[in-house]
Design a binder for this molecule. Structure first.
Ligand SMILES: [Zn+2]
Length: 214
């Protein structure tokens, strides 16, 4: 089965797609991983991508598509794949569709991993880490009244990515650029909504059920 995982940042689609791929015995393909692989092994595509990345520029759609489709041509993808983090834009989705059609394939299911954004913001913005013992804590769940590590007493810190304004900005970017993909795959009759569920185990179970795997 050829799968795509869509979802807002923090929706847990990385974990979901990894577990589902494992269960289905198909490769989990994250764009981050294949970019790193190509750059580390200095492939032609990796060298090209690095020209943009090293200058802090966005890798053009065409090159990103080449890197992904190159991976999809490998033998282990012949019975299916789980794409995580790609496509991100409509032009990428169209290019992927064209490539698959040329190889007699298509996307069988695009899973829209939904998330309750208020809960997401609450969960991430209350997260703290301890720079001394590396513990991760949640101000409310761990009932912390001050930003002091309950394990070692060091001062807790907040990751930049967990700051509320950063989370809200990423959500806004997601809505603008990636959400149109939901309509794109809906129009192809392959979109499945996975409603927001609290707790990763339950959320994974819901996704497997949607796919008819239990
Ligand atoms: Zn600590």
């Amino acid at each position: 089965m050829n799968l795509i995982f869509l979802g807002a940042p923090g929706a847990g689609k990385g974990t979901q797609s990894t577990v589902v791929a494992e269960k289905m015995n198909i490769p989990h393909i994250s764009t981050g991983d294949i970019f790193r692989y190509n750059i580390k092994n200095q492939t032609e595509l990796g060298k090209k991508a690095n020209e943009y990345i090293s200058k802090g520029e966005l890798v053009p759609d065409e090159l990103t598509v080449s890197i992904v489709t190159d991976r999809l041509m490998q033998d282990d993808c012949k019975n299916g794949f789980a794409l995580d983090g790609f496509p991100r834009t409509i032009p990428q989705a169209e290019a992927l569709e064209k490539f698959l059609a040329e190889h007699g394939k298509k996307i069988d299911n695009a899973l829209n991993i939904q998330v309750d954004e208020n809960i997401l913001v609450e969960r991430l913005s209350n997260r703290r880490f301890c720079p001394k013992c590396n513990g991760t804590f949640h101000m409310i769940e761990n009932k912390l009244t001050e930003e002091i590590c309950p394990v070692c007493g060091a001062e807790l810190k907040q990751r930049d990515d967990d700051k509320e304004e950063v989370i809200l900005q990423r959500l806004q970017e997601y809505h603008k650029s990636t959400e149109p993909l939901i309509d794109f795959y809906r129009s192809r009759n392959v979109l499945t909504d996975v409603p927001p569920i609290i707790g990763m185990e339950k959320a994974i179970a819901a996704t497997l059920k949607v796919l008819g795997i239990e």
